[in-house]
Write a protein that binds this ligand. Structure first.
Ligand code: MN
Length: 230
């Protein structure tokens, strides 16, 4: 059973359940004990999870007033995990903060606050517990001939859209070199990126793990776990 290293965050439950449902063995990392180099040697795949904002100085920006203080040391630890995983071509699946961290780790930048910097009528932030974690917030358009399109294929409408949840106020801005944007929200906000040059390197801005009970996005986890068998 592939060992899936999971970046520790406030709420790991749904990530753990999603990895288990997909046939992987979850390993929630403890940054105090699990050194990035040994993690990437031991793990079959790296799952980057949700959490606080990535520190703006890491992508050359000054903090927007909405900045939600990052967890001490988390950004640096996860950036090192990404660098080592990419070096070793270890599969990466990056969710919410994870897609943002992945983009920053590879040299990209972020929209720091969607409501003030990219205002629109699309709801990107339906906070829990006021909203169910799997409540649908908006649609996304998925680019054809992408890994994501192959994985969510059966859920796509004729217009290549599908419905997702949304709990973020930041997003990918300038895309890191080597990546391709493979899903957008109706307001143009980036909802997925992938690096086709790697065996599996996918980032999504919504929370597929919230659907583990009903399985809508389990194919994403299954493909990730499959790629992580080595
Ligand atoms: Mn969204």
């Amino acid at each position: 059973m592939p060992l899936i290293a999971i970046a520790r965050c406030g709420k790991t439950h749904d990530y753990i359940e999603s990895v288990r449902s997909a046939g992987g063995e979850p390993w929630v990392l403890d940054p105090a004990v699990d050194r990035a180099d040994s993690v990437i040697r031991a793990a079959g795949g790296l799952l980057l999870t949700g959490g606080d904002d990535v520190r703006p100085d890491l992508y050359g920006a000054t903090p927007h007033p909405s900045f939600e203080g990052s967890e001490a040391g988390r950004d640096e630890y996860e950036i090192e995990l990404v660098s080592r995983a990419i070096e070793a071509d270890v599969p990466i699946f990056a969710i919410c903060r994870g897609i943002q961290l992945l983009n920053v780790a590879r040299g990209g930048t972020l929209v720091q606050d969607i409501p003030t910097e990219r205002p629109s009528t699309v709801s990107h932030r339906l906070p829990t517990p006021a909203h169910a974690a799997d409540e649908i917030a908006h649609t996304i358009h998925v680019e054809p001939d992408s890994l994501l399109s192959a994985l969510v294929g059966s859920r796509l409408s004729d217009a290549a859209t599908c419905s997702v949840n949304s709990r973020h106020h930041q997003a990918v801005d300038r895309l890191a070199d080597g990546f391709r944007i493979t899903a957008f929200a109706p307001d143009g906000i980036v909802e997925a990126v992938e690096d086709a040059g790697r065996q599996f390197c996918l980032g999504v801005q919504w929370h597929p793990e919230s659907f583990y009970r009903t399985g809508e996005f389990i194919p994403l986890f299954e493909a990730f776990v499959r790629a992580s068998r080595r």
